[in-house]
Design a protein around this ligand. Structure first.
Ligand SMILES: *Cc1c(COP(=O)(O)O)cnc(C)c1O
Length: 236
């Protein structure tokens, strides 16, 4: 597979940038967690990241989590970050520590019943379509509060926070307003003091814009390309 040393260097570079974004924003670096987004990438690449010290990995297909987790060390924390189909809920609840992509009551109901079946309290984030893009999954910001209230009644789900996939851009500053809006929405929801709800996670920022996301309060950044290189979908 060739020399994978570049992964180690890439992660060091991303970590440096995370640190300097934290310094700039006067935030504690311990409050920002890097999720290595390893979708489509082979296990030896993930092991390289693991050996660097990374334990958080994100995939957008549960099947990839199942395959890779069987070959990766036990202490990896798996994040399901992709759109979740109803027939994949059972497996996601079995294998993912966090599900970042919950965007409907129906999906939450299914997650709750699957989690209840195995005596788990599933950690989830609500996916917000923060820029109102036609092509994206996620709830509108306006409908988030209602869904939080509904989910708060479930015994086997804990809502950890909010997640978004901001618009693709070469100019990260243009996404700052969306990240700010996400943070405001989180504060708004917390201020309602809904029973059993205190969200403190914001999953936002990808290779192109994670530094701006951190400046606006991201606690999980999801970085793929800047760690593992471009993805090749040509043989799928
Ligand atoms: C692929 C993906 C990422 C990582 O994107 P990069 O631009 O490669 O860093 C982050 N979040 C989600 C939901 C993704 O699907």
């Amino acid at each position: 597979m060739g020399d994978l040393g570049f992964i180690n260097e890439n992660i060091s570079e991303v970590e440096r940038k995370i640190l300097s974004a934290c310094v700039k924003a006067e935030r504690n670096p311990n409050d920002v967690t890097l999720i290595c987004v390893s979708k489509t990438k082979p296990v030896p690449m993930l092991l390289e990241a693991y050996n660097h010290g990374c334990r958080q990995f994100g995939e957008n297909k549960v099947q990839e989590i199942i395959q890779k987790s069987s070959e990766m060390p036990e202490d990896v924390v798996w994040h399901m970050i992709g759109h979740l189909q109803k027939n994949k809920v059972r497996k996601s609840v079995l294998h993912a520590e966090y599900i970042h992509s919950v965007d409907s009551y129906e999906l939450a109901c299914l997650i709750n019943s699957e989690a209840s079946r195995i005596n788990k309290v599933q950690k989830i984030l609500l996916e917000i379509n923060i820029a109102g893009e036609e092509s994206k999954y996620g709830l509108s910001p306006d409908s988030a509060i209602e869904l939080v209230k509904e989910i708060s009644l479930f015994n086997n789900i804990i809502i950890c926070g909010l997640m978004c996939v901001a618009p693709y851009t070469d100019e990260p500053e243009t996404n700052r307003k969306y990240f700010k809006h996400m943070h405001d929405l989180l504060l708004d929801i917390n201020s309602l003091s809904i029973d059993n709800v205190h969200m403190d996670m914001l999953s936002m920022g990808m290779s192109g814009d994670y530094e701006v996301a951190i400046e606006e309060g991201a606690t999980f950044v999801r970085v793929g390309t800047n760690i593992f290189g471009e993805r090749d979908y040509s043989n799928n």
